[in-house]
Every structure is written in structure tokens, then in C-alpha cells.
Design a protein around this ligand. Structure first.
Ligand SMILES: Cc1cc2nc3c(=O)[nH]c(=O)nc-3n(C[C@H](O)[C@H](O)[C@H](O)COP(=O)(O)OP(=O)(O)OC[C@H]3O[C@@H](n4cnc5c(N)ncnc54)[C@H](O)[C@@H]3O)c2cc1C
Length: 417
């Protein structure tokens, strides 16, 4: 079923009884050409582009819970392409272009909203770093704009400009940045993949990876063994655990990132704002809730929930940036498991096992990468060649030290990425 204004009208006039399920609920077959482990944003977009771009449709996405139950349904939905270093720049630039055509491509409203993202700076040194970053973005062909303090006073008057410790001096804005509705992205890709013949199999946990003589043969699951010629591991925070099933030890630590949402209030924040000093970012959802987050919890964990010290830290940063936020009541908070790499950049690569591929290490920035990651990973799995915009996301850079992309210059400090 295609969505259109006419269809909405027709359904509205006939009691909304004719809508069909967005995707089927098939039982797993015994054999597939490709198995994708993980029904998050990246797994589903990989399956979609395998089918759409490469005509590979005998594909199963195996998800241990329900699709979207992982990070893709838990993030603060910021979409941007404001990276500074080669490797990341071209990849996120490509991904943002895919976002811009995503709704017609999927025939699905993912509520992509290019409301602009503003990264605030608070010191001369930070301004210089942002100028360099802005120039790199423009060289890449993306938009970047340096805003003065006066510009910001007009655009975002609710900020505390004269905070004694972190006065707001200006900002770097990307107008094409913004947000999207995370669940809708999951559903849109799932529907698009299903329509092309992909089996989306929920409540199916992968418990083992079958390998014979260095070649992948399939997987063991809670719903039985399934054979496949190619297997992609796309499980974000669980990457180290699933790769261990194939005897691999990944350069990834899993950490918790929390997010918070307030009660709905009248429209107040019409951009995405990121506090350059406090690692705090905020936007307002279409329902009116202020959606915000901050740093990682400072210890490795597979718990899908955070702890109170970081909640306090995030609230403090919010109060320092915009004291009025103290009047809003926090309605909910939650956590997701982040797959942190030592250089803060991802991995899209083959492994040493023939037919086994890895898409991981998205840290806390992988929502905006959903289209680009799926596109590039599908290309790699289908053709065996790296897709140019993601060609530098190699696994062996952590072994050789060559080609590391330390975007923030923070080195291998998990809590400073
Ligand atoms: C609080 C928070 C805020 C964030 N904010 C942003 C943001 O503003 N912008 C941004 O770009 N990014 C953000 N991120 C990061 C982004 O959400 C992730 O990088 C991205 O969603 C990870 O990829 P994914 O969608 O494929 O992961 P997931 O949705 O986690 O998908 C992985 C799936 O694999 C499944 N799985 C795991 N093990 C198995 C198994 N053995 N068998 C079968 N299935 C398995 C899991 O159940 C899960 O559904 C944020 C994340 C969090 C938690």
C-alpha cells in the first residue's frame, strides 16, 4: 500500500478499516543469501539498500527483541553533517543527502525537520576550532555559518549569554541539520525492506555464528539454526558480544548514554542547540517536550539504563545554559548502550572470516548515520568493495594505528568522545 493524501482521505471516509500492516511477520526460513543480525536503524537500512540498490532480496533481519527497541528508538534524534576530518566528513555529508530524499524514497513520513543545529562556543580557542571545522564543512560542500553573539541573542534569546564561567560568544550553525522522528525511521526502512521481499524476524536472538574452515555458514538462534552465505553484524552496543561468537575481540567498549524529556510546553526552542562547554544538547519535539542529553555514564556497562550522577550532571549543564529550563518537569529518562571506539569513529568492514561483515562503533552519533551506513554497508556486502564515502572506516586502523579519525582530539578516552 502506498501512502498518499488521497489514500488518507479515502481511509478517513471509510472508517480507517483498509490500512494494511507495514510489514509481514514471517517465520524464519532455513536458508538465506544474507542475514543481518540486529533490527536497529543500521540493520534495517542495510537490508533496504541490499534489496533496492543491489536486487538482493533473499535477506533476513534477525532482531532479538522488537525492531527499534535498541538505540535507534532511544536517541535524541539529531541529524547533522558537521564533521571536520576526512573520513567522517564525506560519509556524513553523503548520509545527510540521503536524509534529504528519504521521505519520497521510502514513501514514509519520517518527520525529518531541517530546523538547524547551533554549536555554541564560549572561548577564543573554541571559536578558532569551530571556524576550522566550518571551513572543512564548506570544503566538503556542506553548509556552515559562523554566528556572532548578537546574531544568537536574536535567534535564541533564552540562553544565558552572560554565564560567568561559560559566556556564550557565538556559534557554528548548520541550517541543514535538525531532527527526525526515530521510530518512524525504523518503520519506514522496515516497510521498504519488507515490500522488496526481506524477512524481518523479531524475537529471534542470535546465539552463535557458524564458521567452517574460515568461512561463515550461518547462525544459531533462539528459533533454530539458519544458514546464510553472508552475515552482517549490526548490533551497536552488543557488537563485542556478538563478534565474540565468531572468536573476535573488537576495539569497542560499551557505555550508557541517557536522554531526558520534559512535559510538553509551548514552542520555545526552534533549533537544535549544543552547549560547547557542558556537553549538553537540546531540541523540542513536535509534541512539545524538551528533549535533551549529555555525557556518557563513566563506566562500561550493558545495562540499558543510566545512573543518577550523570542525570544530575546533565541537569546542571542545562541550568547553566538556559536557567529557564528549571521550570519544566522532567517526564521520562532512559538509556541506550553505545558502541564506543577508541577514535570515536565507526567501522564498516569485512572481517578475517570469509562472508562475515561488521558495521559497528557508532558511539553516540549513529542515528544521523542510519541512511549512509546502510547504503555503504549494503554496497560492501553486495560487491565486496568498500563504498567510497565509508572507505576509511577500516577495522585494522586500531591495530596498525594508520588512518585513525580522532574527530575531537581526545584520544582513547571513552568518556571524552
Ligand atoms: C540517549 C541516546 C541519544 C543519542 N542521540 C543521538 C543523536 O542525537 N544523534 C545521533 O546521530 N545519534 C544519537 N545516538 C546514537 C544512535 O542512536 C546510535 O548510534 C544508533 O542508533 C546505533 O545503530 P542502530 O540503530 O543500528 O542500533 P540499535 O537500535 O541498538 O540496533 C541494534 C539491534 O541489535 C539487536 N541485537 C543485539 N544483539 C542481538 C542478537 N544477539 N541477536 C539479534 N539481535 C540483536 C538489538 O536488540 C538492537 O535492536 C544516541 C543514542 C542514545 C542511546
Amino acid at each position: 500500500m502506498r501512502f498518499s493524501a488521497l489514500e488518507i482521505l479515502k481511509q478517513g471516509l471509510t472508517g480507517n478499516k483498509g490500512w494494511t500492516p507495514h510489514w509481514r511477520d514471517p517465520a524464519p526460513k532455513s536458508d538465506y543469501d544474507v542475514i543481518i543480525i540486529g533490527g536497529g536503524g543500521h540493520g534495517l537500512s542495510t537490508a533496504y539498500y541490499l534489496a533496492k540498490n543491489h536486487g538482493i532480496t533473499n535477506v533476513a533481519v534477525l532482531e532479538k527483541g522488537y525492531i527499534g527497541s535498541g538505540n535507534v528508538g532511544r536517541n535524541t534524534t539529531i541529524v547533522r553533517a558537521n564533521y571536520g576530518l576526512p573520513g567522517n566528513s564525506e560519509f556524513y555529508s553523503h548520509s545527510l543527502k540521503l536524509w534529504e530524499g528519504l521521505e519520497p524514497d521510502l514513501n514514509y513520513n519520517v518527520m525529518h525537520s531541517q530546523r538547524g543545529i547551533i554549536n555554541l562556543f564560549h572561548s577564543d580557542g573554541q571559536r578558532d576550532a569551530f571556524v576550522r571545522r566550518g571551513n572543512a564543512m564548506r570544503n566538503q560542500g556542506d553548509d556552515a555559518e559562523l554566528l556572532s553573539r548578537d546574531d544568537l541573542r536574536k535567534m535564541v534569546p533564552y540562553l544565558n549569554f552572560d554565564n560567568a564561567r561559560f559566556p556564550v560568544r557565538g556559534g557554528l550553525m548548520q541550517r541543514r541539520g535538525g531532527t527526525a522522528r526515530h521510530d518512524a525511521v525504523v518503520w519506514g526502512y522496515a516497510r521498504g525492506a519488507d515490500q522488496r521481499g526481506v524477512d524481518i524476524i523479531q524475537n529471534c536472538e542470535v546465539t552463535g555464528i557458524d564458521i567452517e574452515n574460515g568461512v561463515v555458514k550461518g547462525v544459531q538462534t533462539t528459533r533454530g539454526a539458519i544458514r546464510a552465505k553472508k552475515v552482517g553484524i549490526v548490533v551497536a552496543g552488543r557488537s563485542s558480544q556478538v563478534a565474540a561468537m565468531a572468536g573476535m575481540r573488537l576495539p569497542i567498549e560499551s557505555h550508557i548514554l541517557q536522554a531526558f524529556v520534559t512535559e510538553g510546553i509551548k514552542p520555545a526552542i526552534d533549533h537544535v542547540i549544543s552547549f560547547g562547554m557542558g556537553h549538553f544538547y537540546i531540541s523540542q519535539s513536535d509534541k512539545g517536550g524538551l528533549v535533551f542529553g549529555g555525557d556518557l555514564d563513566f563506566y562500561a556497562s550493558y545495562a540499558q539504563r543510566g545512573n543518577l550522577p550523570m542525570a544530575e550532571h546533565v541537569m546542571e549543564a542545562g541550568m547553566a545554559l538556559m536557567p529557564a529550563i528549571g521550570k519544566a518537569k522532567v517526564l521520562r529518562s532512559w538509556g541506550g548502550i553505545m558502541d564506543m571506539t577508541p577514535d570515536g569513529s565507526p567501522i564498516i568492514d569485512k572481517t578475517h572470516i570469509d562472508g562475515l561483515f561488521l558495521d559497528a562503533g557508532w558511539c553516540y552519533g549513529g542515528f544521523k548515520a542510519v541512511p549512509g551506513s546502510g547504503y555503504s554497508f549494503a554496497h560492501l556486502m553486495a560487491t565486496g568493495n568498500h563504498h567510497e564515502p565509508a572507505a576509511r572506516f577500516r577495522l585494522d586502523r586500531f591495530k596498525t594505528g594508520v588512518g585513525l579519525m580522532d574527530e575531537e582530539g581526545t584520544g582513547s578516552q571513552h568518556n571524552l568522545h
